[in-house]
Design a protein around this ligand. Structure first.
Ligand code: ADP
Length: 542
């Protein structure tokens, strides 16, 4: 027997309609690429999104069509999120930090005909245009006064498009499983793979993200996502904020310490989200200028492991509670967020820190397990490390156009490519990406653990650990260190620093000091580049 409740499909458009009706005066504030701060309300954003639908229809955009965006976090990108998906088409957010060949590949693979871009990307778009014959129209996300002088063919001005339209449009209702957004993984090997989110997966993910033990957003929150809207929907924040009516602050291209700090302060931001690298820059700027936050209380840090030293600095020096989060493009992206339970109330500061270093518990909607090399489920004891597998309504089941092989295990789980432990309270701790684990003899050494220790040294700005060839052990850890400006530390001091902190056999065999470390398009240490660069490195122990 079926229940007798209404069939009301979960539509992305219902988020912005809800925000207009119930939080119509709540602000969305953006640092524009043109310079000034732009502010308007959810009501304005809703009206302009509907104008944009009318403009898209005039451009012949049909349901199911992919519409590309190359843009920072800003109000026009927000309007595209709602207009494109709301009319039944698909927002294809493109990561401008990818290589030209990857960009060309994904624009062609997605079949984008229209691409919207921020002014910062004019030089990039000029390079892309001749390589992407499928794109017939390039739309600069600006007004007439700021239109670039560019030889681009079929160049249109965003504000001109909108000015020609009214906001008379009713959001259509259709199957909630309809595709709404497309995002390609950075593809460390092979071509990038397209992950196609649906209305249902996006709305369910946004609801889960708002829960108190997740990000706990409410109509009183002021949220600034540093995570980009061009990669996995800024962790779902542009959908979660209107769901609860939180004020949204969008930093545009200003992701350096100074610009971020000023926006945090001027807009009264209380909570944020970003990868460790951007926090490195922000902390450094604030320390150099002896600054404090007046409103920021918490932030989610994920995308790569947040080092304990960073958590401690943010907590003790800046009064910011860090919530560790974990996920990936294939998971929309949030899988776990680390929040304590009632039983953790009396933990000491150090015990709390140790708990916060775990990547967290799964949100409702994500089921998780870890398996050993034989594929058998491991005990949830916080000790046994194995391949982390997930399933749930916002986890991918196939890649776009089937290009990416069969992503699921025979019994329907998604192998994440991460290795970790799960404890009896459900907390996940990632020890490594499976391809980054250092296999020394029969033992597995966690590169994350070694990096965390290195960056807790006062002279270290950033560190990476990779496995390099060793004739006896197969692989041994090599530590690469970027020193803080003006700081000195020697190889031997660095190695000595590990003593007593970990088992002797996992201490790195060598240290190399470098000027900087390479990062991927999503701001992670590029271990692949490092392994390539140091593949001939001869360890003194070899
Ligand atoms: P890509 O960089 O290929 O686009 P994602 O941005 O989806 O991939 O990143 C997903 C990966 O990032 C995860 O599989 C995991 O290895 C890593 N990751 C994400 N969050 C964390 C975290 N909190 N701690 C450690 N690793 C993390």
């Amino acid at each position: 027997m079926l229940g007798l409740m209404m069939h009301w499909p979960l539509m992305i458009s219902s988020l912005i309609r809800h925000a207009d009706r119930n939080h119509g005066e709540t602000e969305i504030v953006s640092r524009t690429v043109e310079g000034p701060i732009h502010r308007y309300t959810y009501r304005d954003a809703h009206a302009r999104s509907r104008q944009l639908v009318n403009a898209l229809r005039r451009q012949g955009v049909a349901p199911g069509e992919r519409v590309g965006t190359l843009a920072w976090n800003g109000h026009r990108h927000f309007e595209l999120y709602y207009a494109v998906s709301g009319m039944g088409a698909i927002v294809h957010t493109i990561n401008p930090r990818l290589f030209l060949e990857q960009l060309t590949y994904i624009i062609e693979h997605a079949g984008d005909r229209l691409v919207f871009f921020d002014l910062s990307f004019v030089p990039l778009v000029e390079k892309l245009a001749p390589l992407c014959p499928g794109v017939t129209t390039w739309i600069a996300m600006t007004d007439r006064a700021n239109m670039p002088q560019s030889p681009l063919p079929h160049l249109i001005c965003y504000e001109d498009l909108l000015a020609a339209e009214g906001d008379d449009f009713e959001w259509p209702e259709f199957d909630e499983n309809t595709a709404a957004g497309l995002c390609y993984t950075s593809g460390t090997t092979g071509h990038p793979k397209g992950v196609l989110f649906s209305h249902r997966s996006t709305v369910l993910h946004a609801m889960a993200v708002c829960l108190p033990d997740a990000k706990g957003y409410s109509a009183q929150s002021v949220v600034l996502p540093i995570v980009p809207m061009f990669h996995v929907n800024a962790w779902g924040i542009p959908y979660a904020a209107p769901l609860v009516g939180a004020k949204l602050v969008l930093p545009g291209a200003g992701l350096d310490g100074k610009n971020l700090y000023e926006l945090f302060e001027s807009e009264g931001v209380e909570t944020s989200a970003g990868v460790p690298t951007v926090w490195l820059g922000l902390i450094q700027y604030m320390k150099e200028n002896n600054l404090r936050f007046s409103t920021l209380k918490s932030t989610t840090i994920g995308g790569s492991a947040c080092p304990p030293a960073m958590m401690k600095t943010l907590r003790d020096d800046f009064g910011v509670r860090v919530q560790h989060g974990w996920g990936m493009t294939e998971m929309s992206p949030v899988g776990t967020i680390c929040s304590p339970k009632a039983k953790h109330r009396d933990l000491s500061m150090d015990e709390r820190l140790a708990l916060s270093l775990k990547q967290g518990r799964p949100l409702f909607g994500v089921e998780m397990k870890n398996v050993g090399a034989d594929g058998v489920d491991l005990p949830r004891d916080g000790i046994a490390a194995g391949d982390v597998m997930v399933r749930g309504p916002w986890v991918l089941r196939d890649y776009f156009r089937g290009d990416g092989g069969n992503p699921l295990s025979a019994d329907g789980w998604f192998p994440t490519g991460d290795v970790g432990t799960i404890d009896s309270d459900g907390y996940l701790q990632i020890t490594d990406r499976s391809k980054d684990v250092i296999k020394s003899g029969g033992e597995w050494i966690s590169s994350i653990e070694l990096e965390n220790i290195a960056v807790s040294h006062p002279a270290v700005f950033e560190a990476a650990v990779i496995g390099v060839f060793h004739p006896k052990w197969g692989e041994r850890p090599l530590l690469l260190v970027v020193r803080k400006e003006g700081a000195t530390v020697t190889r031997d001091e660095m190695l000595k620093f590990y003593e007593g902190k970990i088992a002797k056999w996992s201490v790195p065999d060598d240290v190399v000091f470098v000027e900087e470390l390479p990062h991927t398009a999503t701001g992670k240490l590029s271990k692949k580049t490092l392994r390539e660069k140091f593949k001939e490195h001869r360890l003194p122990t070899a």
